[in-house]
Design a protein around this ligand. Structure first.
Ligand code: ADP
Ligand code: MG
Length: 350
C-alpha cells in the first residue's frame, strides 16, 4: 500500500532534554494509526513536527513523497497537505459552525455549489443538522468536536492529525465518539494520525498502534497483537498488565517464583525475569492449581459484578486479581496462570 507519511529517525530536543530519540514509522494510505503512550512521552511533540509547527534536530519527515521537514528545512504548515484537530477544538469563536467548516474552502476560492455540496455531506456524516447557524459557544462539547472534525475533513487532506481529540469530553460521550470517528474515517478512507494516552481509545480506533515510551517506539502492531504479545514491560503495563512478580528463568518459559515453577510462554533470554499479567487473566483457588503460586489475601473490594482482590505472594510482592466471589482477608490460596497470558521480560533492577 502507498505510504502517505514517513518519519525517519527523528530526533528532537528541547534545550538539553532529548524528547524524541530516533523515531521512525510509516503511515499507509487509508490507515488509522494511534500513537499510544503515557503523558510526557513525546506524542504531541511528534504530531507538531508532522504538522510543521516544531523543528527537529535530526532525521526527516516525508509527506506524500515530499521531504517536508529536515534539520535544515520546514515546509510551512499551510503548504502541507494535512489538517489538524486540536484537543480544545480551536474553533473560531466569532464564526458560525458553517463559517468554521467552510473557512478553508473559501480561502481556496472554492465555488459556492461545491461548498454547499461539501457542507451537506459533512452535516449528514457528522449529524450536525440544524446547527450550522450556531456559534461555538452555543454548541455542546461533542458538537464542537464534530464541527472541528468536519472542518478538517472538508479539505480532503492527505492525512488528518488528531491530538487527544476526546479528552475534553465526558466519559460516555468519549466512548460514543471514538467509535463514531473511526466509522467516519473508515467510510471516507481518511488517513489518520491520532495520538492518545488512553489505550481504549487506541483500541477502538486504530488499525495499528504505535506504543511510545520515553521518546522511543516500543512496538508497532495491530491492537490485538499489542494486547496479546506486548513487546516490552512498558507496553504490557500500559495495556492492562499492571501486576508484576519476579522470578528466575530455568529454561525458556520455565520460571521459578519462590519455590514454585510456572510457565510463561512469552519468554526472554534473561535469567532474572519480571512476569506481568492482567487481573482478569489469572484464577484464584484455595486449593493448589496447576501453574500457580501461593498467595495470601490482603483486601477484597466489591466492584458490582465481581471482586477486585489485592493479595501478597509468598515472596512479598503485591498483586491484584478479579474473582467472582469474595475472598476474605488472611485467606491462603493459589493464583493460577494461563501461560499465554503471562508476559515475561528481563528484570531490570536499578
Ligand atoms: P505528550 O504529548 O506525550 O504528553 P509532549 O510531546 O507534550 O508529551 O512532551 C514531551 C516532553 O517534552 C515532556 O517531558 C514535556 O515536558 C517536554 N516539553 C514539551 N514541550 C516543551 C517545550 N516547549 N520546552 C521544553 N520542554 C517541553
Ligand atoms: Mg500531548
Amino acid at each position: 500500500m502507498e505510504t502517505i507519511l514517513k518519519l525517519e529517525n527523528i530526533h528532537k530536543s528541547y534545550g538539553k532534554k532529548e524528547v524524541l530519540k530516533g523515531v521512525s514509522l510509516d503511515v499507509k494510505k487509508g490507515e488509522i494509526i494511534s500513537v499510544l503512550g503515557p503523558s510526557g512521552c513525546g506524542k504531541s511533540t511528534m504530531l507538531n513536527i508532522i504538522a510543521g509547527i516544531l523543528s527537529i534536530n535530526d532525521g526527516r519527515v516525508i509527506l506524500n513523497g515530499k521531504e517536508v521537514t529536515t534539520s535544515k528545512y520546514m515546509m510551512p504548515i499551510e503548504k502541507r497537505d494535512l489538517n489538524m484537530v486540536f484537543q480544545d477544538f480551536a474553533l473560531w469563536p466569532h464564526m458560525t459552525a458553517r463559517q468554521n467548516i467552510l473557512y478553508g474552502l473559501k480561502l481556496h476560492k472554492t465555488d459556492q455549489a461545491s461548498c454547499n455540496a461539501k457542507l451537506e455531506q459533512m452535516v449528514s456524516l457528522l449529524h450536525l443538522n440544524g446547527l450550522m447557524d450556531q456559534y461555538p459557544a452555543e454548541l455542546s462539547g461533542g458538537q464542537q468536536q464534530r464541527v472541528a472534525i468536519a472542518r478538517a475533513l472538508v479539505m480532503n487532506p492527505a492525512i488528518v492529525l488528531l491530538d487527544e481529540p476526546l479528552c475534553n469530553l465526558d466519559v460516555q460521550l468519549r466512548i460514543e465518539m471514538r467509535t463514531e470517528m473511526a466509522q467516519i474515517f473508515r467510510s471516507l478512507h481518511t488517513t489518520v494520525f491520532h495520538v492518545t494516552h488512553d489505550p481504549s481509545e487506541a483500541f477502538a480506533m486504530a488499525d495499528r498502534i504505535v506504543v511510545m515510551n520515553n521518546g522511543m517506539i516500543d512496538q508497532i502492531a495491530s491492537p490485538k497483537e499489542c494486547y496479546e504479545k506486548p513487546a516490552t514491560a512498558v507496553v504490557a503495563g500500559l495495556l492492562g498488565a499492571g501486576n508484576c512478580i519476579h522470578g528466575i528463568q530455568n529454561n525458556p518459559g520455565d520460571i521459578t517464583i519462590a519455590d514454585t515453577r510456572v510457565k510463561a510462554l512469552s519468554f526472554t533470554g534473561a535469567n532474572d525475569v519480571a512476569m506481568y499479567f492482567r487481573p482478569e487473566d489469572v484464577r484464584f483457588s484455595v486449593s493448589a492449581l496447576p501453574n500457580s503460586v501461593p498467595i495470601e489475601i490482603i483486601m477484597p473490594t466489591f466492584e458490582g459484578g465481581q471482586w477486585r482482590i489485592k493479595a501478597k505472594t509468598s515472596t512479598g510482592e503485591f498483586v491484584t486479581f478479579l474473582h467472582p466471589e469474595k475472598a476474605d482477608e488472611g485467606t491462603h490460596g493459589y493464583l493460577g496462570f494461563d501461560p499465554n497470558r503471562v508476559y515475561a521480560y528481563e528484570s531490570i533492577t536499578a
